[in-house]
Design a protein around this ligand. Structure first.
Ligand code: NDP
Length: 287
């Protein structure tokens, strides 16, 4: 007997989640602010509630996947959450998630926050590697882990309800740094007779080869020794920065994406971090 699920929100992500629970045989009750969006799911076997209150009343496990935190507050405003296990997969900030956890607790619900590391086509496709960060009530997570695992992998990151959002934003922030770097790389060749499609695999392989550097960074942060096993020290790297800036200038490319990082490198060097790797830059960011 599969756990019945209530799902509020049938946008691109909510609809994908709904289909995996239906496919996995979970009885599913759905609600969406714009009712027409539930029509297709009704045809696929979902029960469609007329109101959010009715949907919440239908099942103990209630999942929200709405636009933002404000829409969660609006959608759940007139509902009775007492005794419910509320899983909020709406993207939020850590502070919003913590506030929402307290808010749910005040209403007698257990709360689990989620940060989805997947796009809708990856939902229900295990080999796509998508997963969801969860944080908040460990009891709720353990009780419903099998149900939550139907759409995507599950990675529980702690009792602090804000940690799922924090992990989500941390990973996506790193992604933007990577995109910034590749934007600069493509810009450098833009006016040359170099096929971007020839550069792309070289770029992808290089980024993959460099990615494990995060493990050394983590090790340095844990031990506090930023010089252990350093192969490219900061002094050498700062000495190389004019090459990058001159190359950008020669190619007619703005260095605005690189400059802030180089500025941090120079500051750390000036503070005496020449024998370190780049870990010390992290401390310059935290205030
Ligand atoms: P959509 O824009 O497709 O859907 C938004 C949903 O929120 C709709 O069901 C909409 O209802 C509902 N909604 C908006 N405002 C309100 C409100 N005030 N009251 C009630 N319902 C409201 O978004 P997605 O489905 O793509 O995203 C949902 C969540 O999943 C977001 O937090 C997003 O960040 C997250 N996510 C999405 C990813 C993606 O690639 N799509 C990836 C990772 C996370 P209506 O139909 O009536 O407009």
């Amino acid at each position: 007997e599969k756990t019945p699920v209530t799902l509020l929100g049938l946008g691109a992500m909510g609809s994908a989640l709904a289909r995996t629970w239906l496919a996995a045989g979970h009885p599913l009750t759905v609600w969406n602010r714009t009712p027409a969006r539930a029509d297709a799911l009704a045809a696929e076997g979902a029960n469609v509630a007329d109101s959010a209150a009715e949907a919440v009343a239908a099942n103990k496990l209630v999942v929200t996947c709405l636009l933002d935190d404000a829409s969660v507050g609006e959608a759940l405003a007139g509902t009775d959450l007492a005794g419910r296990d509320l899983v909020n997969l709406t993207t939020s900030t850590p502070a919003q998630a913590r506030d929402r956890a307290a808010w749910a607790g005040d209403r007698g619900a257990r709360y689990l926050d989620g940060g989805i590391m997947a796009v809708p086509p990856m939902i229900g496709v295990p080999e796509a590697g998508g997963y969801v960060f969860y944080s908040g009530s460990r009891e709720l997570f353990e009780r419903h882990q099998d149900t939550l695992a139907a759409p995507a992998g599950t990675t529980y990151v702690g009792e602090d309800a804000g940690f799922a959002a924090l992990h989500d934003v941390a990973l996506l922030s790193a992604m933007y740094g990577m995109f910034a770097g590749t934007a600069h790389a493509f810009a450098l060749i833009r006016k040359e007779d170099i096929d971007p499609a020839a550069l792309a695999p070289l770029l992808a392989d290089w980024l993959i080869a460099m990615a494990p550097a995060v493990h050394q960074t983590a090790d340095h942060l844990r031990t506090g020794d930023y010089t252990k096993d350093v192969v490219s020290n900061l002094a050498m790297q700062v000495a190389g920065t004019p090459t990058f800036l001159s190359t950008a200038e020669q190619q007619g490319v703005s260095s605005e994406l690189l400059s802030p990082y180089f500025e941090l490198m120079r500051r750390r060097l000036a503070e005496g971090g020449g024998e370190e790797d780049l870990t010390g830059l992290i401390d310059l960011l935290v205030h």
